[in-house]
Design a protein around this ligand. Structure first.
Ligand code: FES
Length: 436
């Protein structure tokens, strides 16, 4: 609509210009007419002022003024009317839009290799499509299982500095539909649909000579692996501190590669911490303030990137705040937490989802997300990532019990008022929902 308004503004400006040129011609003609009038009148020195002669003198100027002003005012009026109509139509379409879909068209990825990283984690390498991305971003896989399309976000673990391939690294989630399908059944040469890389968790705002702290847990390592590979590939002068928490030595994703990189690059330091089972050569423990202060004595000039389960990232946030860290340099991603919960926690009970403002209700089981239920109702709920990342599906649960797996972008105030992200929320009782 803005595009149409601009088009009309351009047209009005052209009309104005043409009118102005015509007026200038008329003005020139009038001036010559006036000059002729003056020249033909006899000079009468002591006569009283002649009113009709005065009118003859002024008239050409009045003509020009009127002829210039009228088209200009007309153009302005046309512009205002068009703007008003355009704005009115725009707001009407915003109000009546039933299912806004922001996702771009899917791309097809062909798997060319799979690498077993650990007993439950596999990296899938794809032939790179002609699409750019920024290190840290994720793609949305559209996985067809039993004729139903499931969407799941996975960070790219490959760096954009290696443009021929893309990679995602998938960890099996107990009971998880998508991760189990990929790990057990997805093989080289198979094709899969995906939505192009997106996400605010990326290196775009950082300079390559900045200092970084990458701190992750479990499968949250994947976007940080992309960032580290990218920065080292680019021979950046950046200083990278990489801290990785895994449960046991067998759960270390990219363990060997990380150790090799830390040995090879002077500007990278690596700390691996095992949280469950000690092993020779590794630290053991859980993230807390004492351990954090010990691992990161100097936060000067560092941008901090984290990805992992929610409680892990909350503890990190507290550690940073206790050090008066400028939180503008704190970036977090929440896929690990999201995928683990969204795939594992489902219920077979039947519940009613109602949207009183639209006088709609439906009976659903606990396998459905709140977003699926609202879409079944055909009420105007926004959606984009369907992975609890973009915040588009924010709505308010005014009655009933739900289980939310992502709080991305929701403030404490939002949460206390019952706001949730519908795409990552499961229904646990009869609920009433208000759309925003
Ligand atoms: S659709 Fe993006 S957070 Fe729900």
């Amino acid at each position: 609509m803005k595009h149409i308004t601009n088009q009309w503004k351009k047209r009005s400006a052209i009309i104005f210009l043409v009118s102005f040129i015509i007026c200038m011609i008329l003005w020139t003609l009038s001036m010559s007419e006036w000059a002729a009038t003056i020249n033909t009148q006899p000079v009468q020195v002591h006569d009283k002022p002649d009113l009709s002669a005065l009118m003859m003198t002024i008239l050409p100027f009045v003509k020009v003024a009127v002829l210039t002003l009228i088209p200009a005012l007309l153009c302005l009026a046309v512009m205002r009317i068009i703007e008003f109509i355009a704005n009115h139509r725009h707001s009407k379409s915003m109000m009546t839009n039933q299912k806004p879909t922001l996702s771009p068209s899917p791309i097809t990825l062909q798997c060319i290799e799979r690498i077993d990283e650990t007993h439950d984690t596999v990296t899938f390498i794809f032939k790179a499509p002609a699409v750019n991305y920024i290190s840290g971003q994720h793609i949305l896989l559209l996985v067809n299982i039993n004729q139903k399309i499931y969407r799941r976000a996975y960070s790219l673990s490959s760096p954009p500095s290696r443009p021929t391939t893309w990679a995602i690294t998938v960890k099996r989630v107990q009971g998880g539909l998508i991760s189990n399908y990929l790990v057990d059944q997805f093989l080289p040469n198979m094709l899969i649909q995906a939505i192009s890389p997106t996400g605010q968790f990326n290196l775009s705002e950082c300079k390559t000579d900045e200092h970084y702290l990458f701190i992750s847990a479990g499968s949250g390592i994947t976007p940080q692996m992309s960032m580290t590979r990218y920065l080292l590939d680019m021979s950046a002068q950046s200083n990278i501190q990489f801290i990785y928490f895994a449960r046991t030595v067998d759960d270390l994703i990219f363990g060997k590669e990380l150790e090799r990189l830390a040995k090879h690059y002077e500007n990278m330091t690596l700390s691996i911490v095992l949280s469950e089972q000690p092993s020779a050569g590794y630290r053991t423990g859980l993230l807390n303030k004492i351990l954090f202060d010990e691992l990161v004595p100097d936060l000067t000039k560092r941008a901090v990137f984290t990805c992992g389960p929610g409680p892990f990232m909350s503890i990190l946030q507290e550690c940073l705040e206790s050090r008066d860290f400028d939180m503008n340099y704190f970036h977090k991603e929440s896929f690990g937490q999201l995928q683990d919960c969204s795939e594992g926690s489902q219920s077979t009970s039947l519940f009613t989802v109602s949207v009183p403002d639209y006088a709609q209700s439906i009976e659903v089981d606990g396998f459905m997300t709140l977003l699926d239920a609202l879409e079944e109702l055909n009420v105007p709920i926004n959606q984009d990532c369907r992975s609890g990342v973009c915040g588009a599906c924010k709505c308010k649960v005014i009655k009933g019990e739900v289980q939310g797996n992502s709080k991305n972008g929701l403030t404490e105030d939002d949460l206390s008022q019952g706001y949730v992200l519908a795409c990552s929320t499961h229904i646990r009782s009869d609920v009433e929902v208000m759309l925003v």
